[in-house]
Design a protein around this ligand. Structure first.
Ligand SMILES: Cc1cc2nc3c(=O)[nH]c(=O)nc-3n(C[C@H](O)[C@H](O)[C@H](O)COP(=O)(O)O)c2cc1C
Length: 175
């Protein structure tokens, strides 16, 4: 299969996830093109058997670059087999309120862009304290200790389940 992966990332975890997806899909024999959302406008999406978009949640929103890309290419995206990978810390837990919020962010993205992803697979992200500015650092320290009291505050932690991601990618390519 010929697959395009287009992503946006603020602290780097979605970039890591996009690169991992490329490796997995290439390992399975697919031909994969990986681009950042600001560098993907020249891709002819109709030529791909599948297109993956990935972006992370920050205060309920996805990166503007990814939203703009989805808006500019909504018709082409709706015409291909598309997969959206929203990355968040809400997806690391089982809090129903957080999950409802995550689903709402995806609905809002669809309404704002006109792109309805054929499939959505939520992916758990990470705390990356070295990437935060002063305000984000303290906000995320508080968020981390309230979310996971077993982790010392201010310590990086990755929640991404790489095996589950691989399973989801393979299931999508099979379908
Ligand atoms: C300032 C800030 C706001 C965030 N807001 C949310 C949020 O509203 N919901 C959520 O589930 N995760 C939230 N997160 C967690 C990120 O989605 C998570 O850290 C993700 O791994 C970031 O991916 P990136 O490194 O590709 O940007 C937030 C993170 C930061 C730093």
């Amino acid at each position: 299969m010929k697959i395009a992966i287009i992503y946006a990332s603020t602290e780097g975890q979605t970039r890591k996830i996009a690169h991992h997806a490329k490796e997995t899909l290439e390992g399975d024999g697919n031909d994969v093109t990986l681009r950042h959302a600001t560098d993907a406008n020249d891709l002819r999406l109709a030529e791909y058997d599948g297109v993956i978009l990935a972006a992370s949640v920050h205060a309920g929103r996805f990166q503007t670059e990814l939203v703009d890309f989805a808006k500019d290419h909504s018709s082409a995206l709706n015409a291909v087999n598309s997969l959206f990978l929203p990355v968040s810390l809400g997806a690391a837990g089982d809090d129903e309120t957080e999950w409802n919020a995550l689903r709402q962010y995806v609905r809002t993205l669809a309404a704002d862009t006109g792109w309805s992803p054929a499939r959505v697979e939520h992916v758990a992200g990470a705390f990356r304290f070295k990437e935060y500015d002063f305000f984000k650092y303290w906000a995320m320290r508080w968020f981390e200790s309230s979310k996971d009291p077993s982790v010392p505050a201010g310590v990086d932690r990755e929640y991404t389940d790489w095996d589950a991601l691989d399973d989801a990618l393979r299931d999508w390519t099979r379908a």
